[in-house]
Write a protein that binds this ligand. Structure first.
Ligand code: NAD
Length: 354
């Protein structure tokens, strides 16, 4: 029987509640598909500060690097907000991503037919939307040097090297090969030199993927097109800052923040996590929506472990739960037949797999 080592970081707030439900579903699907998952838990964020005094203990870094993949909940909360910046949970998270060298952030935006009314966009605009945004995560203007703010003048530097563009570009084309074989590269090549290099490099990569259709779009137009006609996109690949903004836009196309999973991948390991935070306002009440985390676990099976059948089963089980009218509180207003708790939603999805 195939066995995988999974590192688990539950984190703070609703983190432990939603990760427990994802583990419940992973156990059901691994049993049903005939492989086994061994979990090892590590600390990060506020809980790590409380226990060890450090938001990112060294043991977490080495433990995750030695695992096949990492499932992560969320970190942060008011309790730690007054600490100096370098001691805060969020600093631990940024350092964690850097240490893991996860340069590609994958954010799918898929609309569930049962929840078309949860979006602020018209149902006919969003029905059938299935977009994968591939955002470069550890380069670009957020990391470029020099950077300065002297109180009179402030600047940052948007820099990409060709190898950095090549590795994210290849990820996007590989993903497109498994999907609808279309890549839209988003840049600002009419104004920025760095975008021209980005565009030229994407054209070069495209020569290795003759089946994939490559198009280019300026970021301002892409923002508009995502809201006007999101169905036109398959894979979108873009740099750090443009991807940050566009992926949030795309998330609202879908409706609830509690539905959106993500993967941060690199050559060493991959981290799978919901896009939302630790939601301290609802923590401990058993009302958080675990679907984004369960979907993240599904992405882990698909992209890190290659267990495609198991990932498909998770997708189908979530769709069935929604089709049968089960909703957590955040989606209670949208055709709910039964409003369920976090744990009950996990049970329903796990039972659908069994
Ligand atoms: P948030 O995403 O935690 O919450 C925003 C709103 O969405 C809240 O009203 C919350 O109740 C709701 N929400 C979030 N997830 C939900 C779910 N699964 N089900 C139902 N409702 C859900 O963002 P925030 O309030 O700005 O931040 C709270 C804390 O989380 C802060 O400390 C912040 O730094 C941290 N944070 C962590 C991460 C991460 O760990 N990756 C990401 C973003 C924010």
């Amino acid at each position: 029987m195939k066995k995988y080592n999974i590192s688990i970081i539950k984190g703070d707030g609703i983190g432990p509640e939603i990760v427990d439900e994802a583990i419940k579903v992973l156990d059901a699907v691994s049993y049903s598909c005939g492989f086994s998952l061994e979990y090892k838990e590590y600390l990060m964020g506020g809980i790590a500060i409380d226990v060890t005094g450090d938001p990112l203990p060294e043991e977490t870094v080495t433990g995750v690097l030695n695992s096949d993949a990492c499932l992560f909940g969320a970190i942060g909360g008011e309790k730690w907000d007054t600490l100096p910046r370098d001691k805060r949970p969020e600093t631990g998270l940024l350092k964690f991503r850097e240490a893991m060298e996860v340069y590609a952030n994958l954010r799918p935006a898929i609309i569930y037919d049962e929840l078309v009314n949860a979006s602020t966009l018209k149902p006919e605009v969003i029905e059938g939307v299935d977009i994968m945004i591939v955002r470069e995560l550890i380069g670009g203007i957020y990391f470029g040097q020099p950077r300065e703010n002297d109180g009179f003048k402030a600047f940052n530097t948007m820099v990409y090297t060709k190898p950095e563009i090549e590795r994210i570009g290849k990820q996007a084309f590989e993903l497109a090969m498994k999907r609808d074989k279309r890549v839209c590269s988003v840049d600002k090549a009419n104004v920025l030199e760095v975008s021209q290099l980005w565009r030229d490099t994407m054209e070069e990569i495209a020569k290795d993927y003759p089946e994939v259709e490559l198009s280019h779009m300026y970021v301002d137009n892409a923002a508009m097109q995502l809201v006007r006609n999101p169905k036109q996109f398959d894979v979108i690949v873009t740099g750090n800052i443009f991807g940050d903004i566009l992926s949030d836009t795309a998330s609202m196309v879908v409706g609830s923040i509690g539905l959106l999973p993500s993967a941060s991948t690199g050559d060493k390991t991959a981290i799978y996590e919901p896009i939302h935070g630790s939601a301290p306002d609802i923590a401990g009440q058993g009302i958080a929506n675990p679907i984004a985390t369960i979907e993240s676990a599904g992405m882990m099976l698909r992209y890190s472990l290659g267990e495609i059948e198991a990932a498909d089963k998770i997708d189908a089980a979530i769709k069935k739960a929604l089709k049968d009218g089960y909703r957590t509180g955040d989606l209670a207003a949208y055709d709910a037949k039964e409003v369920v708790s976090t744990a009950e939603m996990g049970d329903v999805i796990a039972n659908n797999i069994k």
